[in-house]
Write a protein that binds this ligand. Structure first.
Ligand code: BJ8
Length: 424
């Protein structure tokens, strides 16, 4: 079936036939997991629209911006400072990597025992299925886990890549290293965009990205109500879309959705009754369209009220300090804000354990599901410490390892149902 975007996708060198198949599967999956929910917020119509146009309208906007001379930067990690990209007049998009499509192609150049997220972005590129990747003038990788670090060496043969070094600890020397990386990244972005990052432009960018964090913080605050006014699936989708929608438009639309949520909270309306266990998901990021576990959890009689992940609170918790006025001061504020990220790639990483316990208490959850992608050592290893910290706080935890395939759905469902039953 031809669409109004075929010519654009062809120019981007997508494999049109395979891409049509991908959109078909995605549409069906979305219908089953999202549109089948009852009593959704009116504000979710915007998210439904954005998702239905995920490879259409937003890509067209990126192409139009590129035609006006703007550059598009892709990133796979929340360590890439978007403020610098925006201040240079460029656009940053989070590259999703949440689908299994392209896995066979990826396994030809990567070991099979690589996490699904890495296989996904390599697979998307090799199979010519992602118009976001193909719209990027530069893709920014980072030295977080070993899998990503080494995969980028291979990926660099296929896409324009720049890699930022992320320290593994948080001592003074690590901060110096990180600052040097941020400055080097600034230089690279300025060279690519052909313009200098000035203090007023950086000030604007810091405020814009903070506004997006604040609206997502407001969403998190509202969904903490008992009963929770929004499903975990819908809240996850909002977080996922925040990575590639136009930031100013997103802030306005999610602000409206939060107003609607506030009305529900004031009226005591919720999506789950009093006996429904409230859960926190914690662990690896869930990129679009990785909705497998949230769907399983919420169709097993529980409701998700928070995500301790990079597509969740880890990305929205901390703001960049807005009190700085000089370029130097603002750059330092960016260095500091990003180094506070508590990714499992850091050692030691005690602040993450504390954050999980705090979130579990604040959100009044009955239990936590720790989620690690298969072959993800940082999160799978850290799960043991998370469990210990939660045990000490008297909060039950279920530890799961899975990937993007549907092969283990029945097995996962049995474990999730047993956990939910135990919490009742
Ligand atoms: S800051 S969580 S977005 S690195 S799942 S690829 S860790 S083997 S995604 Fe992440 Fe940045 Fe950290 Fe956040 Fe490796 Fe694990 Fe795969 Fe992972």
């Amino acid at each position: 079936m031809s669409t109004k975007y075929d010519a654009m996708w062809e120019r981007l060198n997508l494999d049109l036939k395979a891409h049509e198949g991908l959109l078909e599967v995605l549409g069906k999956f979305y219908g089953d997991i999202y549109l089948s929910q009852s009593g959704r917020l009116k504000g979710m119509e915007y998210l439904d629209f954005v998702l239905s146009e995920v490879h259409g309208l937003r890509i067209q906007e990126l192409q139009e911006a590129r035609a006006r001379g703007a550059r598009v930067i892709g990133a796979f990690c929340v360590f890439v400072p978007e403020e610098l990209v925006l201040a240079a007049g460029a656009i940053q998009v989070g590259l999703c990597a949440g689908a299994e499509i392209g896995k066979e192609a990826a396994e030809k150049i990567l070991p099979r025992n690589t996490c699904a997220l890495i296989k996904s972005f390599v697979g998307f590129k090799l199979s010519r299925l992602c118009p976001f990747i193909e719209s990027c003038d530069l893709i920014v990788g980072e030295t977080t886990c070993d899998g990503k670090k080494k995969a980028y060496e291979i990926f660099a043969d296929y896409a324009p890549l720049y890699v930022m070094e992320i320290p593994q600890m948080k001592n003074a020397c690590d901060r110096d290293l990180w600052k040097a990386e941020v400055l080097q990244f600034r230089d690279r972005i300025e060279a690519l965009a052909g313009r200098k990052i000035t203090a007023p432009k950086l000030w604007e960018a810091i405020h814009l990205v903070n506004r997006r964090r604040r609206v997502l913080q407001r969403l998190n605050h509202l969904r903490a109500a008992v009963p929770t006014p929004i499903s975990g699936r819908d809240a996850l989708l909002i977080n996922q879309i925040s990575f590639y929608d136009d930031p100013a438009r997103f802030v306005a639309k999610i602000g409206e959705l939060c107003d609607e949520l506030a009305e529900r909270v004031n009226a005591g309306q919720g999506v789950a009754g009093p006996g429904v266990p409230r859960l926190l998901l914690s662990g690896c990021p869930m990129a679009v369209p990785n909705w497998k576990l949230p769907y399983l959890v919420e169709s097993s009689g529980a409701v998700i009220v928070g995500e301790e992940s990079c597509i969740g609170s880890r990305n929205t918790r901390d703001l960049v300090d807005e009190s700085q006025e000089t370029l130097e001061g603002m750059l330092d504020a960016i260095v500091q804000r990003y180094l506070a990220i508590d990714c499992a790639c850091f050692t030691p990483n005690a602040e993450r354990l504390q954050h999980i316990v705090d979130m579990a208490r604040d959100l009044k959850v009955d239990g936590v599901i720790h989620y690690a992608l298969s072959f993800c050592q940082p999160y799978a290893m850290e799960a043991f410490k998370v469990e210990k910290a939660l045990q000490a706080a008297g909060i039950p935890m279920l530890s799961l390892e899975t990937d993007y395939s549907l092969e283990d759905v029945e097995q996962l469902k049995t474990r999730v149902e047993a956990f939910v039953e135990m919490l009742r």
